[in-house]
Design a protein around this ligand. Structure first.
Ligand code: PYC
Length: 333
């Protein structure tokens, strides 16, 4: 067995969505903050992301997180999110996966019934409260970075769809939010190809005409997620089909998308502080969100959101690169 690259990982899934947590083999990424490390990584080490996310080691909806020493004294670990789509500033399902892995592998000091893990992410400090019983992380509540409503009732012309009306909100990433019903497509997995194409066309049109930029961090910009909503059923407040660049659906209800959706509903007067918001994914799994308080995001009114969900460890191992492997950065079919 030969390898010119060896990475240790603990794989998990959060309500159906994978998080490959890289626990060793990367070294410390240069940068004074996790935001700087994210930019450095994208510019100099993106091959590593492709190696871990693309086929044959990953797949078209793969997602992961690289553990780092924190850059701030109030955090336990730094986290760099890696996805097939790039390096997100923040990822909710990924954070729930990371917190579960840190607790169940003993990489943080564990106290029962609650272990608090403070994570230094490119979008800011995220605190995970892990409910632990007999060493098992039962569920995780993350207090995310502030969310805010960026626009309500914006419109954009999309080839093949005509004029589309959408709301835009931030929850760690930017989300265009609209009811799938507006496009006349049924909320059904058999329609996934049509839904995905519509989502990618809408995000392209938004980025070409009115690309969003975070008021406090110009490194966070662009709409790469379209949240098609449908009315909730059986106790869920809402369902979503989350179309993500360059062409996949979140299998989880999407943590940052749930935060953005709560900010949008709050701006519409449809969700108050301290009310549960149960969001259901395209595969029927659920997160419960809450808005804790109001805050400011630059000159915008922001909200402090939490999201609760569960994750499970699926495997652990080492990812290798044989020097003769013809696909050192994998491939996309
Ligand atoms: O849970 O925030 C999330 C997320 C973003 C992309 C996929 N999942």
């Amino acid at each position: 067995m030969r390898s010119v690259r060896t990475l240790s990982a603990i794989d998990s899934h959060t309500e159906g969505m994978p998080t490959r947590v890289i626990t060793g083999g990367v070294g410390v990424i240069p940068g004074a903050t996790m935001a700087e490390r994210r930019l450095h990584f994208l510019e100099h080490d993106d091959d590593l992301r492709l190696f871990l996310m693309n086929e044959p080691r990953g797949h078209s909806a793969m997602s992961g997180a690289i553990l780092q020493p924190p850059t701030r004294p109030d955090a336990d670990w730094g986290v760099l999110y890696i996805e097939v789509s790039g390096c997100l500033p923040m990822c909710g399902h990924g954070t729930i996966g990371v917190a579960t892995v840190l607790v169940e592998s003993g990489m943080v000091e564990v106290t029962e019934p609650l272990t608090r893990v403070r994570l230094d992410t490119p979008a800011g400090l995220v605190v995970a409260e892990v409910a632990v019983s007999n060493g098992r992380a039962e569920h995780v509540t993350i207090q995310n970075v502030p969310a805010y409503s960026h626009a309500l009732d914006a419109t954009v012309k999309v080839d093949g769809l005509g004029e589309v009306t959408y709301d835009l909100a931030y929850g760690g990433n930017f989300y265009a939010i609209l009811p799938l019903e507006q496009l006349g497509i049924p909320f059904d997995r058999s329609e996934k190809d049509r839904i995905l194409k519509a989502g990618l066309d809408i995000m392209d049109a938004i980025n070409a005409s009115d690309r969003p930029v975070h008021p406090l961090d110009p490194g966070i910009h662009s709409c790469k997620h379209v949240q098609f909503t449908a009315p909730g059923e059986n106790g869920a407040h809402s369902r979503n089909a989350m179309a993500i660049h360059p062409g996949w659906f979140d299998r989880s209800p999407c943590g940052t998308g749930t935060c953005a959706r709560m900010a949008q509903l709050h701006a519409r007067g449809e969700l108050g502080l301290h009310e549960d918001f149960v969001n259901e994914s395209f595969i029927g799994t659920r997160f419960t969100g809450r808005l804790l308080s109001e805050t400011a995001v630059g000159d915008r009114q922001g909200l402090v959101p939490t999201v609760t969900g569960r994750a499970w460890i699926t495997g652990m191992g080492q990812y290798l690169l044989d020097p003769d492997d013809p696909f050192p950065t994998g491939f996309v079919l």
